[in-house]
Design a protein around this ligand. Sequence first.
Ligand code: TYM
Length: 337
Amino acid sequence: MEKDNARQRVLSGIQPTGTFTLGNYLGAVRNWPLLQNEYDCVYMIADQHSITVKQEPKLLRQRTLEAGAMLLASGIDPDKSLVFIQSQNPAHSQLSWALSCYTMFGELSRMTQYKDKSAKHADNINAGLFTYPVLMAADILIYNAHKVPVGADQKQHVELARDIATRFNNLYGETFVLPENLNPKVGAKIMSLQEPTKKMSKSDTNEKATILLLDDETKIMKKFKSAVTDSENCVRYDVENKPGISNLMGIYNVFTGKSFEEIEKEFDGLGYGAFKEAVGTSVVEGLRPFQTKYNDIISDKAYLQKVLTEGAEKSYAYAMRTVRKVYKKIGFVQFDK
Ligand code: TYM
């Protein structure tokens, strides 16, 4: 990691709760390697966040390593960016405790993801589920990140991180950089293929609703063919009245670079069958390089371990500088070494 102020910094993270979805990819991960040349980038596998929901330990371990391989397969270059597992860098949890004392109960109660997740996991509304946005604020503020590339569903959490940073800075003087959301123009909210008014999610129990980045060609084509649309049989961008078709157009736009107007023209009079087939093919082709690279990386455990260990060490060294600065400001005694 470069010295302070050399370049602006980017931080983002993803939970290792399963194979990444096309939503994760288009809303977040795909954009991460594109930022490496302009920013100092830090990308994190947020395993500590994922235990806010029950996880099977063996599966979590496996999925965490797979998530590491997926991040590298997406084009993140460990010579340019830091990639690490959150639980291997204890500085985040340290800062999180301090920040929780500058975060209001009311603020956390307003987080829509908390409301959604506590409704979905009514048998396990644990304190971590509630304070999760504080840990996320620590992830961001600890690196003095200027930009946070996330999908639309994480926007509110980034705004909270900014509010916490502002409050702390007002109390103790300039300490944290105020982070900004970096949401993609298209792809910030990829919808379920079965219920296109709901976001595509890793935890969806209906397999047909979600494209997983490691799905093979047959699966991808099948899922797009059975995608829920409408009865108009006209390819037209209209999120309100045609959420299914508009969602597919968004996906096709990202993979082909064609504008919505061009897409409408291309499928004028052709009907949904041909359109769905074309969308499926664009995704199969678009994901092929990612899948090939993933298979190489996941079979080289030694390489993966080396990258993630180095990432944890380097990110910890940087992050502890922020923790020490914060500890000093809030009045914790620190003896000279
Ligand atoms: P997570 O793991 O739920 O999602 C990872 C990223 O994928 C985006 N995303 C989507 N984008 C578009 N359409 C969708 N259907 C879709 N589903 C998910 C998310 O917006 C996110 O950018 N709390 C975070 C992880 C995290 C983090 C951080 C992010 C932990 N610490 C610090 C940024 C900064 C999460 O649960 O993401």
